[in-house]
Design a protein around this ligand. Structure first.
Ligand SMILES: O=C(O)CCC(=O)C(=O)O
Ligand SMILES: [Fe+2]
Length: 378
């Protein structure tokens, strides 16, 4: 299996590239993909995938353009769309489905992955629940309204792409291809699901000179964390900085920007907390971060888009079937982050995974990383 990027320190490791060409079309390609997915997720928890589903470079490019245009607006405009959407009063009289979902704009430091570091990023979060006309929709920024069809189609295609991955992951666990499909459905409540637009601005020169790129700095583009859902799809363009923690060698692996001249985009995929629970730790929820630029040359604004696939709200953390998973002894503790980190205490340990739902898990995690109060009260 080819791979790309290497850690800055020996021993060298890299991000595997999995080509889904021919997956479920012929048995040789299907077997190759399943084998590659298995080793990528077991050994690293991150992979680049390509030739998967209908997403094209132009779908991704359109969303990056939309994102650039929105983030270029002034702070007052963007802040109108800020805040949790959690306490919205839904007029239909139905359950407050949107309660769980974070929607809108967040600025520097509103999400904190590391206690003493301030994330140098701006974010716009959207969720499929907040595209549903049954609910009292927020008014989206102009840039989203102008490209509404493209934006909602992109969201839908991310969901479809996730389901292709679910099929490959299920097969890689020795399960039927459809084993995970029912866990995450477009037409069900899945409050943890999010499509997120990110901008990491250029760092002012004096700040860069003082601290950039050092682990001691109080600034980071995105502090180290694991993602809360099942899998994340990440679209990045030509500015790097994403790093992945490789537990076996205790090193950070660089995830270089993908080539742009491929027939289909390369998508970074990582397995997240729910998959680690569902597989009893066989596939790890891998810590990652976006480091500060180290040189003036690297100091460019960076745009990325993350699709956080989750699970229907009532799906539990109980292990999926399959011989290998069933045999695993596991104490319900995620491998977590490098070193001794507060995230690892309290949130990470699940006594009885069959009693914790996906939405409860999300609230535990959000409660720790959001600086505003995240309420789970209905
Ligand atoms: O922008 C990136 O490359 C990573 C973003 C990320 O990890 C996140 O928002 O969870
Ligand atoms: Fe992440």
């Amino acid at each position: 299996m080819p791979s790309i990027g290497e850690s800055r320190d020996a021993p060298r490791h890299s991000i595997p590239v999995v080509d889904l060409f021919g997956f479920e079309k012929n048995s040789a390609d299907t077997e190759r993909v399943v084998r590659d997915v298995r080793s990528a997720l077991r050994d690293v928890g991150f992979m680049y995938v390509t030739n998967i589903g209908p997403l094209t470079h132009s779908h991704v490019g359109e969303m990056i353009d939309l994102s650039r245009a929105f983030f270029a607006r002034d702070e007052n405009y963007k802040k109108q769309f800020g805040d949790s959407y959690g306490n919205m009063d839904v007029k239909t009289g139905k359950r407050k489905r949107a309660l769980w979902t974070h929607w809108g704009y967040s600025s520097f430091g509103e999400e904190r992955f590391e206690a003493n570091k301030i994330d140098q990023k701006e974010v716009f979060d959207t969720a499929k629940d907040l595209l549903d006309p049954l609910y009292d929709l927020p008014s989206y920024p102009d840039e989203f309204q102008l490209k509404w069809n493209e934006f909602t189609q992109f969201h839908r295609l991310c969901h479809e792409t996730t389901h292709v991955l679910y099929r490959a992951i299920s097969l890689s666990l020795g399960l039927p291809a459809s084993a995970l499909a029912g866990k995450f459905q477009w037409d069900r409540d899945a409050g943890g699901e999010e499509l997120r637009f990110l901008k990491y601005p250029q760092i002012p020169g004096d700040v860069l000179n003082e601290s950039a790129g050092t682990d001691q700095s109080g600034l980071v583009r995105a502090g180290m964390h694991t993602d809360y859902g099942s899998v994340t799809l990440l679209f990045q363009q030509d500015v790097g900085g994403l790093e992945v923690y490789h537990h076996p060698s205790s090193t950070w692996i660089n995830v270089p920007p993908p080539p742009q001249d491929t027939p289909r985009p390369w998508i970074v995929v990582n397995t997240c907390d729910l998959i680690e629970h569902w597989t009893r730790g066989l596939y790890c929820s891998t810590a990652h971060r976006v480091r500060m630029p180290r040189t003036a040359e690297e100091n460019k604004e960076r745009f990325s888009i993350a699709y956080f696939a989750h699970a229907n709200d009532d799906v539990t953390l109980e292990a999926v079937g399959g011989e290998e998973v069933a045999k695993r002894m596991w104490d319900g503790k995620l491998a977590g982050l490098p070193g001794h980190h507060s995230w690892n205490e309290g949130t990470a340990h699940v006594e009885d995974p069959s009693k914790v739902t996906a939405i409860e898990w999300l609230c535990r995690r959000m409660g720790k990383t959001r600086t505003w109060k995240y309420s789970s009260d209905a």
